[in-house]
Every structure is written in C-alpha cells, then in structure tokens.
Design a protein around this ligand. Structure first.
Ligand code: NAP
Length: 318
C-alpha cells in the first residue's frame, strides 16, 4: 500500500487513452497477410489517370470495400494470465475496452477477476474468468480449451502472472527458488507452447511476455526472480525466431518499479532509495504498462516488431 500511495502522489493521474473498435480491425487486417480487395489495389494504382468524377466513384468503391472488410472482422481473442490484479488487470481492461474478447486468468482472487470481467462487459467487451495455476500444464491446457470453447481461437497471449519470493542467495530456500522459476519461467513456457499450437495453424498471433528490468541487470535479494526474468528474455527471442515464419510475433516488456501489490510490499526506506534511482522520480502505473502492451498486441505498426525487449521504467535502466 505504501508503495502504491507514494507512487500515486508523485504521478499525474493517468487516463487511459480513448479506445476505438477500429484498432482491432487494423489488427485483423494487418496481422494476417494483407489481402486488400482487388478493387482497392486497382483504384490506388490508377488514381492519377482518372477524371474528378471518376475519383469520387472510386473513393466510394474504396469506402464500400473498407466497410465490407470491417464487417467481417472479428474481435481478437486475448488470454491474459494473472489478470485479477495489478498490471494484468490493467492489461485486461485496456484490451477489453479496445474490443477484444478477454480471458481473465487468476490463481486465487476469483472475486477480483469477476470484477475485471464485469468492467470489461460494462465497456461493451466480452470476458470470461478462468481460475488456474499457469505453472501447471493441465491448468494451462484447460485454460486454452476454455478460450477455444468460448470464442474458437487465441490471437494474443499476454504472459503476465508472476510472483516474488525474495531473499539473499545464502538464505534462499530451494522452495523459494523453485516456486518463482515454476511460475515466472516454466509458466511462460507452458502458456507459450499451448498458444503457439493454436496460432501456428492460423499463421497469425502475438505473444507478449512480461519480464522485468531485473532480468536485464540483476537485483540484490532476487536471484530466483532475476534468473526467471532473464530466462523469459531468452525464451522470447528463441520463440520469436522459431515462429517468425508463422507470422507470430513474440516480444517482452520489461517494467521497472510499477505501483502494484508486488511493490506495495517494499518498505519506506527501501522505497526512498528506489525512487532516487528512477530518473522520472516515481513508480510507473499499471495503465502505462498496459498502454505499451496494447500497442504490441493490437497495433498494425507492431506487426514488424519481434524478439524485442521493451523497457518501461522511468529511465532506470539505460
Ligand atoms: N509491479 C512491478 O513493479 C513489476 C515490475 C517488473 C515486472 N513485473 C511483472 O509484472 C507481472 C505482474 O506483476 P504485478 O505487480 O501486477 O503483480 P501482482 O499485483 O502481485 O499480481 C500478480 C497476478 O498474478 C496472478 N498469479 C499469481 N500466481 C499465479 C499462478 N500460479 N497462476 C496464475 N496466476 C497467478 C495473481 O492472481 P491472484 O490474484 O489470484 O493471486 C495476480 O493476478 C509479473 O510477472 C511481475 O513479475 C512487475
């Protein structure tokens, strides 16, 4: 709580950008091989050689074709792991408000997950909750099955679920190590493998893995967490290479300190030190991370980005 309120006081209130359903229309059109109706290509090529009235007629044809294309567009199906709280919740809400069909995964917080669903539905989107531990293969398979049964496919996977079990190396118990590796790394592997099976058949998909700046530079007391997050970066780059020919992009987002339950555990003095190390002098907000993820998940311009790690950390690591 302390972290969240400290960050909140230093932050200019974040307002999520206005969203329009046109965004996912772009996603569908551009993430699949772009096949414009023949009439559009023809009109573009011959535009300079026609009379003004001819241009008007052609614009009408283009508009009509665009409308027809928009009508057959379907909302992307998105799976967000750990979407009941924090960054995952902000991501689910942003994508839901952008018109996606969102599977809201959680481990324990069923009430919070239901609230996320209700908020998405209230904004006109579709959502369902799925309680399951994404470090378990059976749960992951059931989760993907639930998305398929509800909406027929998975277009976007956001591997967000994560935990910390901090402690200095000398005192770190095997259980602390294993729990973090199991969820933060093996969970990403399991979900990615399951989603890629679906996406590769369609030759289309976007996978976004939430790593951390700690996976890039390490952090005292987080041998387990930084190892898992560094592993996610290696996994991201490898899967990006393996699936590029299937038109599946795979990227990692590396947040710095973001106001959430995870950072709320940090103590006063420690937090002061952290804030001093952040050039922008504040924690990030979950909605800011969600904005970057929404871009990578839906924006046509992101179709040419793969295998990258994008840091969002107020300038902490540069
Ligand atoms: N906050 C930061 O400063 C920060 C910085 C860098 C990276 N990150 C990364 O960003 C991601 C989200 O962090 P956050 O701060 O938003 O965390 P958070 O507020 O603690 O939320 C964690 C989410 O993960 C879910 N979860 C936990 N164990 C799970 C499991 N076994 N299976 C499925 N879901 C599970 C939780 O569900 P329940 O509510 O049901 O427990 C919750 O929805 C994590 O990967 C984290 O490592 C965070």
């Amino acid at each position: 709580m302390a972290a969240a309120s400290a960050a909140g006081s230093a932050v200019v209130a974040f307002k999520s950008a206005g969203v329009s359903h046109r965004r996912f229309a772009n996603f569908r059109q551009l993430s699949s091989p772009v096949k414009l109706p023949a009439s559009i290509n023809l009109q573009c090529r011959s535009l300079s050689s026609v009379s003004p009235s001819g241009i008007k007629a052609q614009v009408a044809t283009v508009e009509q074709a665009s409308t027809e294309a928009a009508q057959i567009v379907e909302a992307p199906v998105v799976v967000v792991t750990g979407a009941s709280r924090g960054i995952g919740k902000a991501v689910a809400l942003a994508l839901g408000k952008a018109g996606c069909k969102v599977l809201v995964n959680y481990a324990r917080s069923s009430k919070e997950a239901e609230e996320v669903c209700k908020e998405i539905e209230a904004s006109g989107g579709q959502a369902l909750t799925f309680g399951g531990d994404v470090s378990k293969e059976a749960d992951v398979n059931s989760m993907m099955k639930a998305a398929i049964e509800a909406w027929g496919t998975v277009d976007v996977l956001i591997n967000n679920a994560g935990i910390t079990r901090d402690g200095l190396l000398m005192r770190m118990k095997m259980s602390q190590w294993q729990e973090v590796i199991d969820l933060n790394l093996t969970g990403v592997f399991l979900c990615t493998q399951a989603a890629a099976k679906i996406m590769m058949k369609k030759k289309k998909g976007r996978i976004i893995n939430i790593t951390s700046v700690v996976g890039l530079v390490g952090n005292v007391g987080q041998a387990n967490y930084s190892a898992a997050k560094a592993g996610v970066i290696g996994l991201t780059k490898t899967v990006a290479k393996e699936y590029s020919s299937r038109n599946i992009t795979v990227n990692a987002v590396a947040p710095g300190f973001i106001a959430s339950d995870m950072t709320a555990k940090l103590g006063g003095d420690f937090e002061k030190k952290i804030l001093e190390a952040i050039p922008l002098g504040r924690y990030g907000q979950p909605e800011e991370v969600a904005g970057l993820i929404e871009f990578l998940a839906l924006n046509p311009a992101a179709a040419y980005i793969t295998g990258q790690v994008l840091t969002i950390d107020g300038g902490m690591v540069m």
